[in-house]
Design a protein around this ligand. Structure first.
Ligand SMILES: [Zn+2]
Length: 248
């Protein structure tokens, strides 16, 4: 862990200590807090708790912000998480900085440059991952899943069709599936699998990390087109072999 990382964790830890004494008591360990700068479009920050770990993402426009601004932001985010009121002076400090012309300009530029990539990357040429996610969330999860960052992979790869990154709360789906040759229910199935990773976090048993627990597998098999999806997966594996043979 680098020094700046540790410093950021401490800042958020202090904010938790500040608020943690109340009714909604929650003070994570420093090691359970992860803080990252993230290329959000504009001034947008998130804080989430998953399985007792805290994940903070700060818009990287603030990467060069003075320490007291990051500290003020930590109070605002932790207050938001714990449904508490942030101290007025921290609120003012953050706002005063966020609305300085330089910062407004920097976040405008970031929004313009990345807006397309970051915000609309969930809608592909053919399929819209956001739409499919909402449908699956309604049908299979009682709307219980928070929407992660959904994105199509930049490269067309048949090797990994989907990936869930819990630290960054992101699901990436291979761009090869954004095609008229691929039926929508198959894209849906791949996304469904990744959504199950959100619902069933990895479990550590005897020092090993298990991603596909029996509960995960059971629920996966309950997917209406599970059998057909397996057949499609077989086709994908064959296609992968063909491509490899051609490349060799
Ligand atoms: Zn998996």
């Amino acid at each position: 862990m680098s020094q700046p990382d540790l410093h950021l964790r401490r800042v958020f830890y202090d904010a938790f200590r500040h608020f943690g004494g109340g009714r909604k008591r929650f003070i994570p360990e420093i090691s359970e807090i992860e803080v990252r700068f993230y290329p959000y479009a504009g001034l947008h920050h998130t804080i989430r708790v998953r399985a007792g770990r805290v994940y903070v993402r700060i818009a990287d426009v603030l990467r060069t912000a003075p320490p007291e601004v990051i500290r003020a932001l930590s109070f605002l985010l932790v207050a938001r998480l714990l449904a508490r009121k942030a101290p007025a002076e921290q609120e003012q400090l953050y706002r005063a900085f966020a609305f300085t012309p330089e910062v407004v300009r920097a976040s405008d530029i970031a929004r313009r440059q990345r807006g397309r990539k970051v915000i609309t990357s969930s809608s592909g040429r053919i399929y819209d991952l956001g739409k499919i996610f909402r449908r699956l969330n309604r049908r299979h999860f009682d709307e219980g899943l928070q929407v992660p960052t959904l994105t199509w992979s930049r490269r067309r790869a048949w090797s990994i069709l989907g990936h869930h990154d819990s630290a960054h709360d992101t699901i990436t789906i291979s761009k090869t599936l954004d095609s008229r040759d691929v039926p929508e229910w198959f894209v849906e199935y791949i996304l469904f699998h990744e959504m199950l990773h959100i619902k069933h976090p990895a479990r550590i048993i005897n020092g090993r990390r298990y991603y596909h627990t029996p509960a995960f597998r059971a629920e996966e098999r309950s997917y209406p087109k599970y059998q057909q999806a397996q057949e499609w997966l077989d086709r994908v594996i064959r296609k992968r072999h063909e491509l490899r043979a051609r490349a060799a």
